[in-house]
Design a protein around this ligand. Structure first.
Ligand code: SF4
Ligand code: SF4
Length: 187
């Protein structure tokens, strides 16, 4: 910006907006890398991950490939408003197929971590997290009656029927940001 004595400086708003945008873009991709998606910048948008992602098939807006693109161009606010990362079923097929070792699954989970940091968590995810704390399952088991009918123990052989494993899981959860935010019920 040029300054001449006695003349108020002229601020180039386009330049300022561009500079702010660059800082913002840098920030969201840097945060995602910090939160575990170390190879984010290697993505070449080939679409292989999208071709096998169940989220893309059922119409979620920001499935893996699109999520990565949106992060790279700095669409932080739009992404914070969208629940897609919480619908990821962690099948890891995208990570297996990616030719650039980006691990899109890690990008999904890094986005979740950013959302927790920003307290932008959809209600449905909060219920899942509470269920995880209480039963060890983010999607709570509803088939107890059916299990009994076919002669199986009412509780599945998982954290739900293993008190020590459940306590260990709770200890881990209590040491996360979720407890700090008051989302995980404390005993
Ligand atoms: S994450 Fe991998 S598979 Fe997906 S678009 Fe990028 S390079 Fe292709
Ligand atoms: S891990 Fe998540 S993002 Fe990757 S293919 Fe499975 S559902 Fe899609």
């Amino acid at each position: 910006m040029e300054i001449t004595e006695g003349v108020p400086p002229v601020i180039n708003l386009t330049e300022v907006a561009e500079r702010e945008k660059e800082e913002f873009e840098k920030k969201v991709s840097e945060l995602i890398i910090e939160f575990g998606a170390e190879n984010l910048l290697a993505c070449m948008q080939c679409g292989a991950c999208a071709s096998i992602c169940p989220l893309a098939r059922v119409g979620f807006e920001w499935y893996n490939k699109k999520l990565i693109k949106a992060i790279l161009i700095g669409m932080k606010e739009e992404l914070l408003d969208d629940p897609t990362p919480w619908a990821c079923v962690a099948c890891n097929r995208c990570t297996e197929i990616c030719p650039r070792q980006v691990a899109p699954f890690e990008v999904m989970f890094a986005m979740r971590r950013l959302m927790v940091e920003e307290f932008a968590i959809p209600t449905l995810a909060i219920e899942g997290l509470r269920s995880l704390y209480e039963h060890g399952h983010a999607v709570y088991m509803t088939g107890r009656e059916a299990r009994k009918k076919v002669g199986l123990p009412e509780n599945p052989p998982s954290t739900d029927s293993d008190e020590k494993a459940l306590q260990d899981l709770r200890t881990i959860l209590k040491n996360t940001k979720l407890a700090e935010l008051g989302l995980i019920p404390m005993e």
